[in-house]
Each structure stands twice: as C-alpha cells, then as structure tokens.
Design a binder for this molecule. Structure first.
Ligand code: HEC
Length: 106
C-alpha cells in the first residue's frame, strides 16, 4: 500500500516536471482549465467574471465570496476556505497561481 502510494506520487511529480516547470498550486485538486471538477472549470469562472483580471481582482481583494458561478453557488462553502488559504500566500506564490491559471485556460 505504502509503496504504491510512493510510486503514484513519484509518477505525478514526473508528469508535472514533463509538462511544466511550475508546481501545480493546490487549486488543481478541485479545478482545471476546461473541465468542471469539484469546482467549476476556470473557463467557466472567467466567463462569469468577464476577464482573468476581474477574477484576480476579486481573489486579491478582501471581499467576501458571493458566488458568480451560479451553477456552483451551493458549493461556495468549499471555496470559502480555499479563498482564505489563497489570501495567505505571499505575492510570489499568488503570481504563480495566476500564471498557472492562465496556462490552464489556453
Ligand atoms: C477543495 C476544493 C477547491 C480548491 C482547492 C479550490 N477551489 Fe475554487 N472553487 C471550488 C468550488 C466547489 C467552487 C464553486 C463555488 C463557488 O463558485 O463559490 C469554486 C469556485 C471558485 C471560483 C469562482 C467563485 C465564484 O464567484 O463563483 C474561483 C475564482 C476559484 N474557485 C478559484 C480558485 C483558486 C484560484 C484556487 C486555488 C488558489 C481554488 N479555487 C481552489 C472548490 C475549490
């Protein structure tokens, strides 16, 4: 069991290294660029906000989460905790999240 976990983790790390030099931010466990997962796809999110700038203006503000992606509004409690986590990141980490986000929606 433990061994297979280690192998799986190694595979994930290697895949990450092959596709991008950037580590995936924690957002990746619930979001992807074009496919809804636990959370809405980022394409879906950008559509609701109007632009990537508008999405990050919200994330980087201290405004409360008032879900704009209405189809997922019932799940906003899940995102509220994540938002707190994001807002505690330093500026360099936030910039990484944004670069990764923009990469996903291409
Ligand atoms: C544990 C799962 C989870 C993680 C991790 C997560 N999210 Fe979410 N996110 C959700 C869910 C569920 C929603 C849908 C509820 C909502 O829209 O508020 C959501 C919605 C959003 C929205 C739209 C909010 C709105 O106005 O509707 C944005 C923007 C977003 N996430 C960005 C991020 C970013 C950036 C990260 C990483 C820093 C992240 N999320 C990490 C689950 C997650």
């Amino acid at each position: 069991m433990k061994k297979s976990l280690v192998l799986a983790a190694t595979a994930v790390i290697m895949m990450g290294a092959a596709t991008s030099v950037m580590a995936k931010p924690f957002c990746a466990s619930c979001h992807s660029g074009h496919k809804d997962k636990m959370g809405p796809s980022f394409v879906h999110v950008v559509e609701a906000y109007g632009s990537v700038d508008a999405v990050f203006e919200f994330l980087d503000s201290d405004a409360a989460l008032d879900p704009k992606v209405t189809a997922f509004a019932k799940k906003s409690k899940i995102m509220k905790g994540q938002l707190k986590k994001y807002r505690k990141l330093n500026d360099a980490k936030k910039a990484d999240v944004r670069a990764w986000f923009e990469e996903q929606i291409k």
